[in-house]
Each structure stands twice: as structure tokens, then as C-alpha cells.
Design a protein around this ligand. Structure first.
Ligand code: ZN
Length: 187
């Protein structure tokens, strides 16, 4: 369950897990330099890129879920906004520049301590290509979404919302919490 460090990131001493004064849960704390190593959820940010009535998916060229189709997304970096991260990830994975629109899907996944944030986005043009992270990048019409070959439950959830919302032409923010049967497969 815990992914916490066993050694202090500041001084390298072995940490002990205890509840700091005034806190309510165990933290990796350093008895040598008093550093408290907070281990909190990570944000995955990305886009749902649209173009000409289709959506852009990329086939993962990296583990986990190598060979499965996904939305361009990845870990948010320090010193950037979620929107900037979404644009950066889309460029890195699809080679394409997008006009990033509103936040569309925000999914908490408590079992793996992640929050996935997906923005609606529009491709500036049909310029996209495979990258080190994606073996294929392809536009799909909504009827042709490869449901059986999607990478992650969060991608499936977001695309299901999108297909439904496309019938109305209305795209409100969806907030979900996913509980997975198997972390590496779809629920
Ligand atoms: Zn220390």
C-alpha cells in the first residue's frame, strides 16, 4: 500500500513511521534532521483532443499497458499548471499542438493515490505523428473507439461520458471516483 520512502530525501538517514505532533496519520519522519516526508496523491493531466468530429488516441509505446490505446496524459510537473501539463503531454505523446478548452473529467482513484484531470481540447490542425511514447497516433470516429483495447479505466470512463454528451452537444464537467478490481485492467 505504502509507496513512502525508507530513507530521508534530505539527509539519507533511515526514516521511522510515526504520527507527527498535531497530525493524525503516520508519516515518514527523520529522527536525524527532523524532516517529515509527506506522501500525497499525484495528478495525471491530459487532454481529449478533437478534430473534425473525431478524437485523437495514441497507442502506448511504454509500460504499463503497452500497445493499448489511451488519451494523451501524464504526471503533472512542478512549476506548471494542470492545463500547461495537459498541453505538454499532448505534444510529447502525439506530436500535436492543441487549443486546450475546459476541464472535462476529474477522476479520483484512491487505491493508487492518483487524480486524473482531462481537458477537452481541439487540434489546431491534422498534424500528429508517432513519438517515443506512442507507437501509433490516430483519429477515431466515436463509432470506432477501440473499447476493448483501451489502456486504463479512467480513459474508458472519460470516453463514455464524451460519447453520451456528444448526443446532446453539451459537455459539463464530470467528477468521478473509480474503484478498480485490478489496477492494471479495466473494472
Ligand atoms: Zn533527514
Amino acid at each position: 500500500m505504502t509507496t513512502a520512502r525508507r530513507f530521508c530525501p534530505k539527509c539519507g538517514a533511515q526514516v521511522t513511521f510515526r504520527i507527527p505532533e498535531g497530525d493524525n496519520r503516520e508519516r515518514a519522519t527523520c529522527d536525524s534532521c527532523q524532516h517529515i516526508d509527506y506522501d500525497n496523491p499525484r495528478i495525471i493531466t491530459g487532454t481529449l483532443p478533437r478534430y473534425d468530429g473525431k478524437i485523437l488516441l495514441c497507442k502506448r509505446n511504454i509500460e504499463p499497458r503497452l500497445g493499448y490505446w489511451t488519451l494523451p496524459a501524464g504526471f503533472m510537473e512542478n512549476q506548471e499548471s494542470t492545463k500547461e501539463g495537459a498541453i505538454r503531454e499532448t505534444l510529447e505523446e502525439c506530436g500535436s499542438k492543441v487549443l486546450c478548452q475546459q476541464l472535462y473529467s476529474m477522476i479520483s482513484i484512491p487505491q493508487i493515490n492518483q487524480v486524473h484531470m482531462i481537458y477537452l481540447a481541439d487540434l489546431e490542425n491534422a498534424d500528429f505523428h508517432p513519438t517515443p511514447e506512442s507507437s501509433e497516433v490516430q483519429l477515431f470516429s466515436l463509432e470506432d473507439i477501440p473499447w476493448e483495447q483501451l489502456s486504463f479505466a479512467s480513459v474508458r470512463q472519460t470516453l463514455q461520458h464524451f460519447v453520451e454528451d456528444s448526443k446532446q452537444g453539451h459537455y459539463p464537467l464530470h467528477e468521478d471516483t473509480l474503484y478498480l478490481n485490478n489496477l492494471m485492467t479495466l473494472p
